[in-house]
Design a binder for this molecule. Structure first.
Ligand SMILES: Cc1cc2nc3c(=O)[nH]c(=O)nc-3n(C[C@H](O)[C@H](O)[C@H](O)COP(=O)(O)O)c2cc1C
Length: 188
C-alpha cells in the first residue's frame, strides 16, 4: 500500500502535527522513539524540525549516523507508539524486544516502521547551537512515502472507511486524540 510522495508534498505529511516515530541507525545499532514535537520549517527543499532530548539514545544515533526518519503512526499502533516513547533502546534493541517490523528506506537505508501510514527520510542538518540550547534537530527530507489508502493525490484523505489509519496527536500521559472531521475551508 506504500507509494512515493513527491518532495513538493512531503511537508503535508506532518503539516497537521501528528505524533511521529523517529527512527535512526548507525554501525549496526538501530532505534525508534516517539516524538510529539515535530514540524515542517521549509518547502523547497523540504526541511523539518524535531525535538530530540539530550537523554535519548536516538540523539546519539542521529548525531553519529547523520540521518533520521519520521514515521507517522496511526490509531492501529497507538500502543506501540506509547511503548517506544516510554522505553529506551540504549540497552536493548526495541525492534527485537517489541517485535517491531521494519523495512529499509529507499534513500538512506534507515529502518522504517511497519504499520505506519507515512515515512520521511531525512538527512540531519547539523545546528549545534539549537541542538544544545533547545534540543531541536533539523533535517532535509530526501525521500517520502505514504500509505495510498489514506494519502492520495498529494493530500491526506481521512474518512470513516480508513479510521484505523488515522493519525495520532499526543494529549499527554499516553492519551492521544485521533484526527477527526475534515472540513473544506473556502477563501472569502
Ligand atoms: C507520545 C510521546 C511523545 C514524545 N515526544 C517527545 C518529543 O517530542 N521529544 C523528545 O525528546 N521526547 C519525546 N518523548 C519521549 C521519548 O520518546 C522517550 O524519551 C524515549 O524513551 C526515548 O527513547 P530512546 O532513548 O530509545 O531514544 C515522547 C514520548 C511519548 C510517549
Amino acid at each position: 500500500m506504500r507509494q512515493p510522495v513527491s518532495l513538493a508534498h512531503a511537508c503535508r505529511l506532518i503539516n497537521h502535527g501528528p505524533t511521529v516515530l523517529v527512527s535512526s541507525a548507525h554501525e549496526g545499532r538501530r532505534n525508534v522513539m516517539a516524538a510529539a514535537w515535530s514540524m515542517p520549517v521549509e518547502f523547497t527543499p523540504p526541511r523539518v524540525a524535531v525535538v530530540i532530548d539530550k537523554s535519548t539514545f536516538t540523539r546519539e544515533l542521529v548525531l553519529a549516523g547523520g540521518r533520521f526518519a519520521l514515521n507517522i503512526p496511526c490509531r492501529a499502533i497507538a500502543d506501540l507508539t506509547y511503548t517506544v516513547g516510554s522505553t529506551s533502546g540504549r540497552d536493548e534493541d526495541k525492534f527485537s524486544r517489541f517485535a517491531i517490523g521494519a523495512f529499509a528506506g529507499s534513500a538512506l537505508a534507515l529502518p522504517l516502521i511497519e504499520g505506519c501510514v507515512a515515512w520521511l527520510e531525512c538527512r540531519h542538518i547539523p545546528e549545534p547551537h539549537s541542538e544544545m540550547a533547545y534540543d531541536t534537530f533539523f533535517g532535509e527530507v530526501v525521500a517520502a512515502q505514504a500509505d495510498r489508502r489514506v494519502f492520495a493525490g498529494g493530500r491526506w484523505a481521512f474518512d470513516d472507511g480508513n479510521a484505523a489509519l488515522h493519525t495520532l496527536h499526543h494529549l499527554g500521559g499516553g492519551h492521544f486524540g485521533v484526527i477527526g472531521d475534515v472540513v473544506q475551508g473556502h477563501a472569502g
